[in-house]
Design a protein around this ligand. Structure first.
Ligand code: MF3
Ligand code: CO
Length: 295
């Protein structure tokens, strides 16, 4: 029995990944490396989480729709846009492109996208009452399922003239995600990515929300691993090629503490009422780095 409880195929048998290749020409070497790292005490996730070429192709097609939906928002958002309007844009875009918004009905979520304005940290619910005003910062978090494959990314938008203070929060949060991407090493550790993200935010004087993080994704909306960005993340699992996950820190201008008491059961706010920002990207680890799937 291998490190993850799976039975390895014989050298000349078909690889477990469904590539149709012989095991020795496919995952044999990588599996040996995983086995050795597990024996050394590193956290090595089960191979069932690794995406095959066919999976990655499916996720790419899903991610194209996700990116396209956010591009549409980017082209049209501005002062006077209601978050309800954003919801309609992305819903229609998904349906027109053979996909479905993954948020819709997810654990009872009533809309197709999360729209989180200013002190809302995440999971803001689109509403005709929420009209974006000059000076607002808003996160639009979009997830798509297409042919059974999931994609997920989010962007910040500055509405009209935004104060330098808020603009900096938005910019630094983006740089934190970029630092996370730059820290990705195939066969490296996820904790190094998390720490790189955290450092940028904290060095700028901000704090990072502890309760929420990134996640594995692909065949499900939320898979292992959980990807924390707070200041005490451990080493985390090994970044094996084929692992697909999001990087999505929520960065607060003030304190990290959040308030989850909104009666709607979803909307999360900063406890101190100061603004929060988030950017989210989705990547898959490759043999020589990573592929950016959605942003
Ligand atoms: N898109 C979010 C994420 O990044 C999840 C939103 S779940 C919802 O993981 F139900 F609030 F839509
Ligand atoms: Co996500």
């Amino acid at each position: 029995m291998a490190f993850d409880g799976m039975q390895d195929p014989g050298r000349n048998d078909e690889c477990w990944c469904g590539s149709g290749k012989k095991y020795k020409k496919c995952h044999l070497d990588a599996d040996g490396r995983m086995e050795a790292l597990a024996a050394q005490g590193f956290e090595v996730l089960p191979r069932t989480l690794l995406k095959t070429e066919a999976d990655i192709e499916g996720i790419r097609r899903s991610a194209e729709v996700n990116v396209g939906a956010l591009d549409l928002v980017e082209a049209n958002i501005g002062p006077g846009t209601s978050t309800e309007q954003i919801d309609r844009w992305v819903y229609d875009y998904c349906i027109d492109h053979g996909a479905v918004p993954a948020d819709l009905d997810y654990e009872g979520f009533p809309k197709s996208v999360c729209t989180s304005i200013n002190e809302v940290v995440c999971h803001g619910i689109p509403s005709p009452q929420d009209i974006l005003q000059e000076g607002d910062i808003v996160n639009v978090d979009m997830s798509t399922v297409k042919d059974g494959y999931f994609s997920d990314s989010s962007r910040m938008f500055c509405i009209g003239e935004v104060s330098p203070e808020r603009r900096r929060l938005v910019q630094v949060t983006k740089e934190a995600v970029e630092a996370g991407l730059a820290a990705i090493r195939p066969w490296g550790l996820l904790g190094d990515v998390s720490r790189a993200v955290n450092r940028v935010a904290v060095d700028a004087g901000y704090s990072v929300v502890r309760e929420f993080g990134g996640h594995g994704i692909g065949l499900e909306f939320h898979e292992d691993p959980w990807v924390g960005f707070h200041d005490r993340v451990g080493d985390g699992p090994v970044l094996v090629p084929g692992l697909c996950f999001t990087i999505e820190p929520m960065v607060n201008m003030g304190k990290a503490r959040i308030n989850m008491k909104d009666p709607n059961g979803w909307t999360v706010r900063t406890a101190d009422g100061k603004p929060s920002a988030q950017w989210e990207v989705q990547v898959v680890i490759t043999d020589d780095g990573y592929e950016l799937l959605s942003w």
